[in-house]
Design a protein around this ligand. Structure first.
Ligand SMILES: Cc1cc2nc3c(=O)[nH]c(=O)nc-3n(C[C@H](O)[C@H](O)[C@H](O)COP(=O)(O)OP(=O)(O)OC[C@H]3O[C@@H](n4cnc5c(N)ncnc54)[C@H](O)[C@@H]3O)c2cc1C
Length: 403
């Protein structure tokens, strides 16, 4: 029988996490950014009082090793097991507490990096002094990533990098980049690639913003012109970076769906719809005969499916395994599910569901559902499209032949 209840140790840990949030998290962080009248999401450290409060909060969490809960204590992590990490994420989501986390490149360095790289790159990730962006995609290489053309030529102790990356999320606020570059153009396409780390503030890197349909400019084009990167910044073996990059994607796809927060999101919508129905202001269609109530129930079931898929990934990580097609299942389901949540929400909010101006007083919940309707499209592309996840599940998970 599957028993999801906490044992005594897990219950005590859950209590400790909740008490830390309730007692020590700065007051300003208790309101979500959009409720506090600020832009939510986005990249980089928030500005002003919220940014300062986040620094205090990060320092508090660092005392306990909770910014990188999975990492060994030696690198500033918490050495928590997989279940403790899950309990922690769930409690943060329930308390709606922001949680600074280390980038997935850190977990990749933990698997493939040298001791010197771990000493150099991991502590600043925990301290929050480095922001990383990902240089994988190129104008002609997205799903077929192994066709990438950005070239790194050896010159003494350096590589000299030339080429272009695209869709580089957060490059405009990052001071470090990890990227895949071609180091052997003669080798078969998966073989001549290296996984390289570089500061962003070096001569030859230019970043140009790309604006999305919900008006945010979160990703960029990134150009490299004779950029010098020390050879010692290659993670894993030179020309075998494809496999390092694949480990990175497995970590990215494991966490991309953030399933734990989705039940809270549905609860918040349900409470809002009930309050609005009771006030009779027309922003809730709950009592209308054709309101999609059954669809809303489906979303609740799916939230629990998403949670179980995440638990599987977490339990694998806890056993020291790197989830592969299991991470693809979680990513695929959670990101497509997010689109269904937004669709159901906008239907239940009727004609108010399309309002997304957060300052407009009739925009439901500061317009978050209409914004989510638009922004959730991109999540099924980032980190590999849904079709690519299905290919991974079909071939590596089910053993079906490649098409
Ligand atoms: C919000 C967002 C953030 C991103 N951030 C980053 C980032 O930080 N760094 C980075 O490097 N990249 C980033 N990307 C890029 C992302 O990884 C690519 O968009 C994605 O891999 C798809 O590549 P593409 O856009 O070139 O589409 P294409 O590969 O051209 O695909 C076009 C269509 O064809 C389908 N298709 C392609 N090949 C197959 C196949 N073999 N089987 C079935 N269908 C197929 C795709 O599913 C898609 O529908 C981001 C993208 C988004 C949307």
């Amino acid at each position: 029988m599957v028993d999801f209840a906490d044992n005594a140790e897990q219950a005590a840990f859950r209590k400790e996490v909740r008490a830390t949030i309730q007692d020590r998290m700065p007051e300003i962080l208790k309101a979500r950014p959009d409720e506090a009248g600020e832009r939510g999401g986005g990249w980089g450290r928030p500005t002003g009082a919220r940014g300062e409060a986040m620094d205090v909060w990060r320092a508090t969490l660092n005392e306990k090793g909770w910014v990188a809960p999975a990492w060994p204590k030696q690198y500033g992590g918490g050495d928590l097991d997989a279940v403790q990490q899950y309990v922690m994420n769930e409690t943060f989501a329930e308390e709606r507490a922001p949680k600074p986390r280390v980038p997935d490149v850190g977990s990749t360095i933990m698997v493939h990096g040298s001791d010197a790289q771990k000493q150099e790159f991991l502590p600043p990730m925990i301290a929050g002094t480095t922001n990383w962006c990902q240089g994988y995609s190129e104008p002609g290489s997205g799903s077929d990533l192994a066709s990438l053309q950005t070239r790194a030529e050896r010159d003494g102790d350096d590589f000299v990098v030339n080429g272009q990356k695209i869709w580089t999320s957060g490059a405009h606020v990052s001071n470090m980049i990890f990227m895949l570059v071609r180091t052997d153009p003669e080798a078969p396409k998966h073989r001549g690639i290296t996984y390289l780390l570089s500061p962003m503030d070096v001569p030859g890197i230019t970043v140009r913003p790309l604006v999305q349909m919900h008006d945010a400019a979160e990703f960029n084009e990134t150009f490299f012109e004779d950029v010098r990167v020390p050879v010692s910044n290659a993670v894993g073996e030179i020309n075998r970076g494809w496999y390092v990059g694949a480990t990175h994607l497995d970590f990215e796809r494991s966490s991309i769906g953030q399933a734990v927060g989705q039940l809270q999101m549905l609860d918040s919508l349900k409470n809002f719809l009930i309050e609005e129905r009771d006030s009779g202001n027309g922003r809730s269609r709950l009592n209308e005969p054709d309101a999609p109530r059954g669809e809303f129930a489906d979303r609740y079931i799916e939230a629990n499916v998403a949670k179980t898929l995440s638990q599987r990934v977490i339990s694998m990580q806890g056993r020291g395994l790197i989830p592969n097609y299991e991470a693809s299942m979680t990513k695929l389901f959670s990101t497509e599910f997010r689109q269904r949540i937004a669709r159901t929400a906008t239907k239940l909010l009727g004609r108010y569901g399309d309002l997304r101006d957060r300052e407009y007083e009739t925009s439901p919940q500061r317009g978050r559902w209409a914004t989510m309707y638009l922004s959730s499209v991109s999540a099924t592309l980032a980190g590999g499209t849904s079709e690519i996840q299905r290919n991974v599940i079909a071939t590596r998970g089910l053993g079906l032949p490649r098409g």
